[in-house]
Ligand binder design. Structure first.
Ligand code: GUN
Length: 285
């Protein structure tokens, strides 16, 4: 039996359509949801990401304000812009694309964004809220992982969940969100002993190591759900994830492809956070 291939592209469209519907309701109440997108410098990958975010805003009927600053922008110039955006009543969300040029301290910038406009969920206040299970913003990629699992029809409650990778932007928050769904969570990483054994017991495995073939067929229980957050290029230059997809799909119950799995979900969840920001700032449930 071959696994169900989880269609992240289709699920991301469903989520964007939900954001579009919410944007319509907000506009009927006189609120125009608005995201400020800030790009500093000439990083070509960042430019592609930022354009995709602006396109998603357009699709969801969320207004986007674009700020493109030169490579030699100073830290205080950027902090000044953030201060202005923090104060603007018309701006609900602020996204500063990372990485930033080396003269700018990213931590300072993240701390400067008002937590109630921090749609990336990078500010320590919001990171803390994820750990305490509060309402508000969810980090986009980990939240996308949860949606993929749920919309496959899986109830996470009581399931054995393994997260491979302990990064601050994916592994750790993904573990917290799985726990908030009442999963029993184990985090594995490069120093973990018996990783195959731990994974073999899992109903759900989230892989976020940035290393090709982190998860192989022998590590997977029959019917397990596999979410691959990886985005690598193999020797042939082809995009691939952290999971040995071709072999693991023979035993898994459901699995995300790369590309077309987790990737499109990040921006969809960003749109959802923009709507959440507009609702929170206007006292709308
Ligand atoms: N750079 C790479 N991923 C992201 C992201 O999700 N948000 C921001 N702001 N920058 C990024």
């Amino acid at each position: 039996m071959s696994a169900q291939i989880i269609d992240g592209k289709a699920i991301s469209v469903d989520i964007k359509n939900e954001a579009l519907e919410d944007a319509k309701i907000l506009r009927e109440k006189g609120v125009e949801p608005c995201l400020a997108v800030v790009l500093v410098g000439n990083n070509s990958a960042s430019r592609v990401y930022v354009n995709n975010k602006k396109k998603a805003c357009e699709y969801c009927n969320i207004k986007s304000l674009s700020y493109e600053l030169p490579e030699d922008t100073t830290e205080s110039e950027l902090l000044e812009l953030i201060d202005e955006l923090n104060k603007s009543k018309n701006v609900n969300g602020i996204l500063v694309q990372l990485p930033l040029p080396k003269q700018i301290d990213e931590t300072k910038v993240i701390l400067a964004i008002s937590p109630d406009k921090d749609v990336d969920c990078f500010h320590p206040y919001n990171v803390g809220a994820v750990f305490t299970g509060g309402k508000g913003f969810k980090p986009c990629t980990p939240a996308g992982v949860i949606e993929l699992i749920k919309r496959t029809g899986c109830d996470i409650s009581g399931k054995n969940c393994v997260v491979i990778g302990r990064s601050n932007i994916v592994g750790k928050p993904a573990a917290m969100l799985l726990m908030a769904e009442n999963g029993t969570v184990t985090i594995c990483h490069s120093k973990t002993k018996n990783m195959a054994e731990i994974c073999k017991n899992a109903d759900i495995i989230v892989v976020a190591t940035g290393k090709i073939n982190t998860l192989t067929k022998d590590m997977v229980k029959e019917g397990a759900i596999i979410i691959d957050v990886g985005m690598n290029r193999n020797e042939e230059g082809k995009l691939c994830g952290d999971v040995d997809f071709e072999n693991v799909k023979e035993v898994a119950g459901a699995i995300t492809p790369v590309p077309g799995g987790v990737g499109p979900m990040t921006i969809a969840m960003l749109m959802k956070n923009c709507i959440t920001a507009a609702k929170m700032q206007n006292g709308i449930e």
